[in-house]
Design a protein around this ligand. Structure first.
Ligand code: ZN
Length: 352
């Protein structure tokens, strides 16, 4: 048996607050089953966190959970990329992180303004880098034999990331690159860190453990943004973590009902759940030592939030027992990339 501190996820889609009453308790269940005590909630819920009224509504639900939910404000109103939110009001309410996750802030002039204001206010921008997010969202990374699926080249991520890092250099804005997927992006972050720019980055468990060789596209199970890329990209993401270029492993936990995932790849929703599976699959992969995993799942994400003024409680400890089994999600939304993966560790006290 091993005992480790609870993890902090810098990238969770809580889905609530919404008008259709997504079961918030399911997020709590996923997080606790995965060994997480804290999550950072992305603002692209059905009710978008782009003003203080929505923030307060979300916080009310958050406070009913046995989980520390930290909040992010949207960068733009309605995530439309057209009009910036009132950053000052968010900062006055304890929110220093801004993201349009699910979308990028594409328009250069508006991005310039956002990076300038957020830097002046001492906040941070967490960017989902996807150049064509408003026009032509693709389906899968190249290469692909499918004539139907639209390819997502790594320039989708690279071009926004490159533009953003120039703005970071211009305004010294605190910046965090979300879910990196490619070797070229890792190289950009490395250059930024060599210049001592205030930059951090994350990678998901699925980008670390799966490549696109023989990726199953019989249904939408592996459809997500950014897409799973080549083995060369995967290796670069692993070494990026090991060398400190990438700071943290974040799940991009995104619950979807089966009817929108277990359908044709082309039509499927983007995203996978990840809170429950992250530690078991990473630990079982033997790619990282336990000490390394604790840096990526506990120490670094806590430090990132702490440095941005978020109050983080001391983590409680979870117990895990060793033993080979097939991983199965226990919470309601089971759109995991790791369903039936062989794992060799399991949390004690799972909520089933
Ligand atoms: Zn994203």
């Amino acid at each position: 048996m091993i005992e480790v501190p609870a993890f902090l996820d810098l990238h969770t889609h809580t889905r609530y607050p919404d008008k259709s009453f997504f079961p918030a308790k399911d997020i709590e269940k996923s997080a606790l089953n995965g060994g997480y005590s804290d999550i950072l909630a992305m603002p692209n819920s059905e009710i978008i966190i782009d003003d203080i009224e929505a923030l307060n509504y979300a916080r009310e639900i958050d406070s009913s959970l046995n989980l520390n939910v930290h909040r992010v404000g949207a960068l733009s109103k309605h995530l439309s990329g057209k009009e910036l939110v009132d950053f000052k009001s968010f900062i006055q309410n304890g929110i220093t992180i801004f993201s349009d996750d699910g979308k990028s802030l594409i328009e250069d002039t508006l991005a310039d303004e956002a990076f300038k204001i957020v830097a002046e206010l001492g906040g941070a921008i967490f960017q989902h880098c996807e150049k064509s997010c408003f026009s032509n969202p693709g389906d899968i990374a190249p290469p692909s034999n499918s004539s139907e699926l639209i390819l997502i080249p790594d320039s989708e991520e690279f071009e926004i990331l490159k533009r953003d890092l120039e703005l970071v250099e211009k305004y010294n804005t605190r910046y965090h690159a979300q879910h990196l997927s490619s070797k070229k992006s890792v190289e950009l972050i490395e250059q930024a860190k060599n210049k001592q720019l205030p930059v951090t980055a994350e990678v998901t468990p699925h980008h670390l453990l799966i490549n696109n060789e023989n990726l199953d596209i019989t249904n939408g199970k592996y459809k997500m943004y950014p897409p799973i890329r080549s083995e060369e990209d995967r290796q670069s993401l692993i070494s990026g973590l090991k060398t400190g270029i990438i700071d943290t492993i974040a799940t991009d936990h995104a619950p979807h009902p089966e009817v929108t995932k277990n359908i044709k790849f082309k039509e499927a929703a983007r995203g996978v759940v990840g809170l429950e599976s992250a530690f078991p699959v990473l630990y079982s992969s033997n790619i990282f030592t336990l000490d390394e995993l604790l840096i990526f799942l506990v120490d670094n994400p806590r430090e990132i939030l702490n440095n941005l003024g978020y109050e983080i409680n001391e983590p409680f400890h979870n117990q895990w027992i060793e033993g080979v089994e097939l991983f199965n999600t226990k919470s309601e939304y089971k759109n995991s990339a790791f369903e039936n993966f062989e794992v060799n560790i399991k949390k004690v006290d799972l909520h089933v």
